[in-house]
Write a protein that binds this ligand. Sequence first.
Ligand code: HEM
Length: 210
Amino acid sequence: MRVVAMRLHTKDQAREGKQEESALPISEWRPTRADFLQFLVDSKAVYDFLEGYVASEGAKGNPLFKPFVNTGLERGQALANDIAWFRNTLGYSIPEPTDAARRYIDYLRELFERSPEAVLCHWYNFYFAHTAGGRMIGRNMENLLFGNGPDAKRFAFYEWDRDVKEILEEVRGRIDEVAKDWPREVKDVCLNETGLAFAYSGTILNNLAK
Ligand code: HEM
């Protein structure tokens, strides 16, 4: 899954990227704090959906999702804390998720019914992207919108309870284990979702890419 995902990056986003530059480079993004809040709200909506689904399938003993319950990558609670900080410290009212986030969730809900294996591709891309380019984007946003001095605001969305690289390696192993006996066509159905994972995530990143 990683190889396919890396191919879909632009050369400017990641060394292994193969796509030509088409969007505004991150260094030129100038969103407002309200845009960043909307991005957090949209991200939380998608993570809450994925985490709720994985937890309920895990509780039923579904072997496809059980290994992904409580991996340590979960972001719903961290995002709830960050969003509460906007409300309690900055006095923002919290917006609803955008149509972009709702459309992604609707798509995932439908895909769970049709092809649960394919959802694993979205799950991988959504969580792993956040630990790679997502972290870089987060640091840029924190610096741009909240300063970068020693007591600058840092968001829980970008902090994990333990070394995230360790978690990623464990989770990578579990994905390989789950997918190892899939027939070729099931693997392909899953890999073929990568483009849509990028497209839908891109619509949420559009809160910032302005
Ligand atoms: C990995 C940048 C958007 C999915 C990476 C890496 C970078 C990066 C620098 C690390 C490459 C390495 O390990 O050497 C970016 C930037 C983005 C972006 C700047 C947007 C502005 C996305 C999107 C997705 C995505 C929209 C899909 C939802 C991934 C995945 C990996 C990755 C799955 C591999 C993680 C792993 O398996 O370790 N990205 N990315 N990225 N990105 Fe992105």
